[in-house]
Ligand binder design. Structure first.
Ligand code: ME8
Length: 676
């Protein structure tokens, strides 16, 4: 009887923190989200049903202050910043099942419902509050905590406040919480974090102030029973983990099916998740999370990453420059998940050159090149009577299953290290069998093709085990081997097993998957590698376009690295520039150009008339997503025929490492508006 028929598989309900939209995302945010994505993808491949949630935390003081700095209404501000997160996750191929914004109605109603429930139950009371308040951390401190008028946590000045507020009776759940953790010693990982929380719980727990007077901070969820107050941002934010399942069709059933969740967070927000949250859940009649994993902190070149230091690393720039899979690989490989790690260009480049370009990329290109040379009539055939190498078969059976096992224990660096042990074994197998020697002797063709079959199959299973970490690379490898797996529905049990390579392969030589880099990050040698497979199959997604979404007043800088520069062109005078008619054009219709993989035919409105323009953007945009966009067109370019279609202008776009990014506008405007 199949597993599913015996008992339904238990769900993995996996969450990232919901990130503040007080600024644009940096690699710290990408780290947590990529780690969750790797776990979600791995779990799905083992057959576990997964619900993977991420989102944005859009209320509270920090967000309010950022909006104020830009002189924008808070809702307009959050609507502009939120897409930077949402689009980054698409760009990094994050497979989240939902994305929650705390300003959505489904969340607001859920929070108000929870507040009402606790109010009616008597778990929330009104009371005076006198003490110190840290604006930055949005938390109260008692006299004994504060010295020299500074916040003990962030060392910024605190303010004296005296006001009436609403409190959640957190203290009454302290004994229960301590005994729950004693019975569930695995509920917080790493173990040191569990010990930290047990230590914290040795001191008396205070009640939690869950309101903020509107007069001081108006940006939050109104408290239904206290009209002059909004909800404290942490009480609001933590509830996202249940407002989402509760707002799905089937409500209570969904929560029952998914709960308890697994929360992956940074070590900075352990107390809120491991103390506030389980007491709130308990008061609402729900059990605490199954697991809270608090990972370590990324520094940059040995320094704390912060906006004021200007050293926050922008994941978009790195993913554009090195590829999103390379960034994913580096973040998962470089540090230990529970420990702090350091980001530097040199360690990234070292990983690219050694692990990706040498070990993996070269293995694929040299094996495929040798196999295509050994092909007859363009077809490589697994020879009759082929018996897999016992050495490789045994290694695959022993080593590879360790990869998902370690991944599901959040030991990503070990999981990848293990996979690379297998890759090294394949490389050693190439060297020891020396297929180039076998190729010289026609009598040894059978032996040669057996060795190549071993290697091709070894690479194929490597791609399957690599897929959760580097989904696009896995697709490219699988495509280059013409094996039919698609990443949706890939499973370790079937696809990960040895022996699923097609018997006949129409292989073409492939150029390296990864480019070797110089110490400054520039590509070591031309030509640029061809990508395996078509852009559509590669599933490339354009980088989040900064032009569509205005960025905050002080955009983050990226460490030492900047995008690669191009050689300068000769100067032109103003007259030459004025001879160019650049115009905003609205896309009215878009369709593929028959027989072309790259070209789209667009009908655009340039203000005074409609034009047909043909653009090589099919690898980066679908026709549907273009309609309604206002883009930049060179309107007085001599018409030219492309694949039989006359193009009456040229669409302008920037070339990125993974495709193109169209030039758009950050304000609504009429097509044909003058560009100066
Ligand atoms: O705390 N290294 O949001 P936030 C590693 N909205 N991870 C880092 C990091 C770094 N240097 N910097 C940030 C909030 N992170 C709340 C959460 S949840 C109900 C509400 C990651 O935007 C890490 O996961 O400040 C950390 O916990 C999170 O971003 C904090 O994101």
């Amino acid at each position: 009887m199949a597993q599913d028929e015996m008992s339904p598989r238990e769900w993995l309900y996996l969450t990232t923190p919901i990130y503040y939209v007080n600024d644009i995302p940096h690699i710290g945010h990408a780290y947590t989200t990529i780690a969750c994505d790797v776990v979600a993808r791995t779990s799905r491949m083992t057959g576990t049903p997964v619900f993977f949630l991420t989102g944005t935390d859009e209320h509270g003081q920090k967000v309010w202050q950022s909006a104020q700095k830009l002189n924008l209404p808070a809702k307009i501000y959050v609507d502009r910043i939120m897409p930077r997160f949402r689009d980054l996750w698409k760009f990094l191929h994050i497979s989240n099942d939902d994305f929650i914004r705390t300003t959505e109605e489904r969340h607001i109603l859920g929070v108000q419902e929870a507040l009402n429930q606790l109010w009616k139950k008597g778990d929330i009371y009104e009371g005076p509050y006198e003490g110190w308040y840290c604006m930055f951390d949005e938390r109260f401190w008692t006299q004994k905590d504060v010295s020299d008028g500074l916040c003990p946590d962030c060392k910024r000045p605190v303010e004296q406040v005296l006001e009436t507020n609403y409190f959640f009776k957190m203290s009454q759940y302290q004994d229960w919480l301590v005994s729950w953790y004693r019975e569930h010693p695995d509920a917080i990982r790493p173990e040191s974090r569990y010990n930290e929380i047990m230590g914290f719980l040795e001191k008396p727990l205070e009640d939690l102030c869950i309101s903020r007077p509107v007069s001081r901070m108006p940006w939050g969820i109104p408290i239904p029973f206290a009209k002059d107050y909004v909800t404290y941002v942490w009480f609001d934010a933590l509830l996202n983990y249940i407002t989402v399942p509760l707002s799905m069709p089937g409500t209570a059933e969904n929560l029952k099916r998914l709960w308890p969740a697994t929360h992956v967070i940074g070590k900075d927000i352990l107390t809120t998740h491991a103390v506030y949250w389980p007491t709130i859940l308990h008061a609402l009649g729900l059990e605490p999370a199954r697991l809270i994993f608090a990972h370590g902190w990324w520094t940059v070149n040995g320094e704390k990453m912060s906006k004021s230091r200007g050293n926050a690393v922008d994941p978009v720039l790195y993913a554009e420059r090195f590829g999103s899979d390379t960034l994913r690989y580096f973040l998962m490989r470089e540090g230990q998940f529970g420990q702090d790690s350091d980001f530097s260009d040199s360690s990234l480049i070292q990983r690219v050159n050694a692990d990706l370009a040498n070990d993996l990329g070269n293995l694929l290109s040299r094996v495929v090149a040798m196999a295509s040379r050994s092909a007859e009539d363009g077809m490589f055939r697994i020879p009759e009577g082929y018996v897999p190498s016992p050495e490789l078969l045994q290694a695959a059976r022993e080593i590879l299953p360790e990869v998902p096992r370690l991944t599901l224990r959040f030991e990503f660096h070990k999981a990848l290290g293990t996979l690379w042990t297998f890759i090294s074994l394949l490389n050693r197998y190439v060297d020891s069998k020396a297929p180039w020697v076998l190729a010289k002797d026609p009598d040894r063709k059978h032996e040669l093709d057996c060795v190549l079959s071993d290697l091709l199959e070894g690479i194929r299973v490597t791609a399957v085990y690599l897929a959760p970490f580097m989904p696009q690379t896995a697709i490219r490898i699988i495509e280059s081997l013409k094996s039919s797996e698609s990443l949706t529905g890939l499973s370790y049990q079937t696809d990960g097993a040895w022996g699923r390579l097609p018997k006949t392969l129409a292989l073409e030589p492939v150029l390296p998957l990864f480019e070797k880099r110089n110490p400054d990050g520039s590509v070591q040698k031309e030509p640029r590698p061809a990508r395996v497979g078509s852009p559509e199959r590669r599933g490339e997604i354009p980088a989040p376009s900064p032009s569509g979404e205005p960025i905050p007043a002080e955009p983050l800088k990226t460490g030492e690295s900047q995008p690669l520069t191009r050689p300068a062109k000769p100067e032109i005078d103003l007259e030459a520039f004025q001879g160019i008619e650049l115009t905003p054009a609205t896309v009215l219709a878009a369709e593929p150009v028959p027989k072309s993989k790259k070209l789209l035919k667009l009908t655009v409105d340039i203000g005074r008339e409609k034009r047909t323009v043909v653009a090589g953007i099919a690898g980066s945009y679908t026709p549907g997503e273009l309609i309604g966009k206002t883009i930049l067109v060179l309107a007085n370019l001599k018409p030219a025929k492309l694949m039989g279609v006359e193009s009456q202008g040229m669409v302008l776009a920037a070339q990125t490492e993974t495709g193109v990014s169209l030039i758009t506008f950050d304000r609504d405007l009429k097509p044909g508006s003058e560009i100066r």
